[in-house]
Design a protein around this ligand. Structure first.
Ligand code: SDX
Length: 425
């Protein structure tokens, strides 16, 4: 196996084995570094540290490449549907016809949630953020389906989670507007069922628009996985302690909520709303984003991995235009977003730092066109990311020699000192 040599200041050196991935990425294996040298590496925010090897998703940040199990995101977004991508990420392959039918039947049959769970919603105030409800509800599923030891039981819990998460999300929306819950129908697919549970009202028929179904399928596919992002790393870390599937995914939902991560899609729309009514327009906010002490960032811009464009943003930008014209929706925020993108991409500050629109920059425009309220945007991100989180949870749980994830640190606090009684401090 190839090696790298690490020379320490005191003339000691260690040979580090190299792990090379299927896309020729190179990892220096430091798993024996502390044992052999007493030293550790230090990489706050882990931007240069691989936490694992993974066979699920590949990103080339320089070339703007994103593939799920080897399939290009552009092909999947154009040709696939969300349940099929769930099968791909979780089972490792696109389904055959019989596998597709079986997966779809099982996903459909487990869309209902236990009637007792409806009582939980009564405890939340109408103003509760739907992400607070979703993380609580997903964690509570372990109270109803505690076992995931046998492969069959675990597989059933995976199906339950995929199927019930959309019901819980729709119920949280209905709760927030004081409408009665709409129950799922077994004759509808994943996206159509979700749309009906979100927008149907008992008093009148609800027509499912295939244009909207197609747009939402695409949105969910584009969010389905993204290798070791913050929330997926959270899921893998919680999994490594032996925690059950629902607890681990609930932790991922909490991590996703932050405005630097999945919460950015809500923050983008709030930012665009602010710019739209500000007579100073985009320039003011571009300049604010460049001032470190302003505390303002251009939400939906920048990415830890993509140093070129985020391929998902390109697809969403095109889809936003197409969807709004198909639905005859005129959303002034689209023009603000396009103007802001144009201004930022011609500004040296953003060019030098390779800051481009990310997946969150245009997604909110599409959610709005579909009628999804802003505080549900990150819930939509979580529904999309569910199969990715599950796939990584399984990979972590099944990885040979899996151990609890427990990094080290460099201590910089007070050295040893004696305890003193209060009158001597
Ligand atoms: C997602 O990891 C994933 O894969 C996440 C995700 C997924 O699918 O799971 O892709 C989803 O979370 C997308 C990102 C959504 N977040 C946002 O849009 C929030 C705005 N973006 C940033 O806060 C930031 O770009 C991050 C959080 C996305 C990335 O942060 P990094 O990698 O830690 O970058 P950084 O903060 O070190 O910034 C590098 C430089 C800094 O300037 P300098 O100190 O070099 O002078 O770029 C600047 C930053 O100040 N910068 C920005 C900026 N993003 C970075 N300046 C203004 N506006 C921004 N948005």
């Amino acid at each position: 196996m190839a090696e790298a040599k690490l020379h320490l200041a005191d003339d000691r050196h260690v040979d580090l084995p190299i792990t090379r991935g299927t896309e020729d990425e190179v990892g220096l294996d430091i798993s024996r570094l502390r044992a052999d040298t007493g030293a550790i590496t230090l990489d706050p925010s882990l931007g240069n540290t691989g936490a694992c090897t993974s066979a699920i998703t590949y990103i080339d940040g320089e070339k703007g490449i994103l593939r799920y199990r080897g399939y290009a995101i552009e092909d999947l977004a154009e040709n696939s549907n969300f349940p099929e991508v769930c099968h791909l990420l979780i089972r490792g392959s696109l389904p055959s016809k019989s596998e597709r039918d079986d997966f779809r039947t099982r996903m459909t049959r487990h869309t209902l949630v236990h009637e007792d769970m409806k009582k939980f919603f009564e405890g939340f105030p109408p103003s509760a953020h739907p992400m607070a409800i979703l993380c609580a509800m997903v964690s509570s599923l372990s109270a109803y389906y505690p076992e995931d030891d046998s492969p069959e039981e675990l597989d059933l819990n995976i199906i339950r989670l995929l199927a019930k998460a959309k019901t819980l999300a729709a119920f949280s929306f209905k709760k927030s507007i004081g409408h009665p819950f709409i129950y799922p129908r077994n004759d509808l697919g994943y996206v159509a069922n979700f749309l009906r549970m979100m927008f149907a009202v008992p008093a009148e028929p609800y027509d499912i628009d295939p244009v909207v179904v197609d747009a939402l399928n695409k949105l969910l596919i584009l969010h389905a996985d993204h290798e070791q992002n913050c929330s997926t790393t959270t899921v893998r870390t919680v999994c490594s302690s032996g925690a059950n599937l629902f607890a681990s995914i609930s932790a991922g939902i909490c991590a996703l909520w932050g405005p630097l991560h999945g919460g950015a899609n809500q923050a983008v729309i709030e930012m665009l709303d602010r710019i739209a009514v500000d007579p100073d327009g985009c320039e003011k906010y571009i300049n604010l984003a460049k001032q470190k002490d302003s505390g303002f960032r251009l939400m939906g811009f920048g990415h830890r991995v993509y140093r070129n464009f985020d391929p998902r943003a390109l697809i969403l930008k095109k889809s936003a235009d197409a969807l709004l014209s198909k639905l005859g929706v005129d959303d002034p925020l689209l023009a603000v977003a396009q103007k802001l993108e144009e201004a930022a991409l011609s500004d040296d500050y953003f060019i030098e730092r390779k800051l481009y629109p990310n997946v969150d920059f245009y997604s909110g425009i599409l959610y709005r066109a579909i009628g999804i309220p802003t505080d549900m945007f990150t819930v939509m991100f979580a529904l999309g990311r569910m199969p990715g989180w599950i796939a990584h949870w399984l990979e972590e749980r099944n990885s040979p020699g899996a151990r609890i994830i427990r990094p080290r640190q460099i201590y910089t606090g007070a050295t040893a000192r004696p305890w003193l009684p209060i009158d001597k401090r």
